[in-house]
Write a protein that binds this ligand. Structure first.
Ligand SMILES: Cc1cc2nc3c(=O)[nH]c(=O)nc-3n(C[C@H](O)[C@H](O)[C@H](O)COP(=O)(O)OP(=O)(O)OC[C@H]3O[C@@H](n4cnc5c(N)ncnc54)[C@H](O)[C@@H]3O)c2cc1C
Length: 379
């Protein structure tokens, strides 16, 4: 369905020039439409000023190491890792982009008239109710059945892709893996402030506590799917501006799971550098699947993206068709690698897996139970 937009000014091209004019005109009260065919920020942010200065900064470091003798420091010839330098350049672009991206602010600050402000009274009142309702709607565990529970966590409200990823994953898990009635999604997104409980660490703790109290801990399995931006320090972004939310780390998640008494755990993390989540979470009864190695970015986020590469490959392709969780991951890993190669996304994200020894048996039990359920046999 097409929508008619009335504007005072239409600017074509969101580079330094277009952005400055658009921001100035908007501040003067003009209704501005800004059209960009490629990447917001234009040459300066994406291929010009910013990457070149980041590259020069790296070169200066190397130069200083080679020429330190006059300062009484023994010079060394540095080993240059080109892909790590590229990572550095990309991380500088990523760090500057949100500040450059004034066009996101109306949504992020809740000033977009289509959405309520996250800090407004109606939203605050609705949020408590939404979480209570979602938790009370969870079905009880069934005696003598290995039930699987699903918790989605779309951490960053500033990009719609995380909401889409988590909802698509929940759909697949409900339809193919029997979590219907035992799944819920915590979502940070301006669109869902009055529909879905927010993805905060507090809401995650309450959710896990509730599920931990409801399940048979020796038998049932809880899957958590985290989708957001991740950092090199392995911190998951939790953002719903203007609220100041605590980020999520792997040790914090481990603490929440331990405190909730959840023994059998499947943790899926779709975020850059998410392999760094494995160390703190690994134990006999845990499966961890991550979109990337601890030192690698993953791909597919962004405003226009319908899904992250890993989220799509694992849930919408792998788990939507496979009879086995581990086979689904292997298929997803191959698919991500092919897609990255075809699109020249480098370095490869290198998705990671950790399977606890006892969890390997538990996964076979889950696979068998699901196969039986799908074929209509009793489980
Ligand atoms: C390597 C390099 C280093 C640089 N370093 C510096 C520096 O240090 N300092 C400095 O001041 N400048 C620097 N520059 C120059 C700076 O990048 C440019 O001056 C600046 O980007 C120009 O901005 P602009 O908005 O005019 O154009 P652009 O940044 O080119 O933006 C134009 C935008 O329009 C979009 N577009 C084009 N056609 C259409 C269409 N039909 N429909 C929709 N969108 C369209 C494009 O996709 C693009 O995003 C550097 C440039 C390079 C290449």
């Amino acid at each position: 369905m097409s929508e008619q937009i009335r504007a005072d000014l239409c600017i074509i091209g969101a580079g330094s020039g277009g952005l400055s004019v658009a921001a100035g005109a908007a501040q003067l009260g003009a209704r501005v439409v800004l059209i960009e065919k490629a990447h917001m920020g234009g040459d300066c942010l994406n291929v010009g000023c910013v990457p070149s200065k980041a590259l020069i900064a790296a070169a200066r470091r190397a130069h200083n190491m080679r020429t330190s003798a006059p300062f009484g420091i023994v010079p060394v010839t540095p080993a240059v890792n080109p892909s790590a330098v590229r990572d550095h350049v990309q991380s500088v672009i990523a760090a500057i982009a949100p500040n450059d991206s004034w066009w996101k602010e109306p949504t992020a600050l809740g000033a977009d008239p289509r959405f309520p402000n996250p800090a407004s009274e109606p939203v605050l009142a609705a949020q408590q109710h939404l979480l209570d309702e979602a938790l009370s709607n969870l079905d009880d565990e069934r005696p003598d059945v290995t039930d699987l529970y699903f918790v989605g966590f779309a951490g960053d409200a500033r990009e719609d892709v995380f909401r889409k990823d988590v909802l698509a994953a929940q759909r697949v898990m409900d339809e193919r893996w029997g979590t219907e009635g035992r799944s819920l999604a915590l979502i940070n997104n301006p669109r869902t402030l009055l529909e879905a409980p927010a993805a905060t660490v507090t809401n995650l703790r309450e959710t896990l506590n509730e599920i931990g109290a409801a399940i048979d801990a020796d038998q049932d399995v809880v899957m958590i799917y985290l989708a957001s931006h991740g950092s090199r320090r392995h911190v998951l972004e939790v953002a719903l501006p203007p609220l100041e939310l605590a980020p999520l780390t792997a040790p914090a998640l481990r603490g929440l799971l331990d405190a909730a008494g959840i023994k059998w755990r499947i943790v899926v993390v779709s975020a850059c550098y998410s392999g760094g989540f494995i160390e703190a979470l690994q134990d006999d009864n845990t499966l961890v699947l991550t979109a990337s190695a601890a030192d690698r970015a993953s791909f597919g986020c962004g405003h226009r993206s319908e899904s992250t590469f890993f989220g799509e490959a694992l849930f919408q392709h792998g788990l939507a068709h496979s009879e086995s969780l581990l086979a689904a991951f292997e298929a997803a890993r191959g698919q991500v690698a092919e897609r990255e190669k075809a699109g020249a996304f480098t370095p490869p994200s290198d998705p990671q897996i950790f399977v606890g020894p006892a969890m390997a048996d538990k996964l076979r039990e889950l696979d068998r139970g699901n196969a039986a359920r799908r074929s209509g046999r009793s489980v």
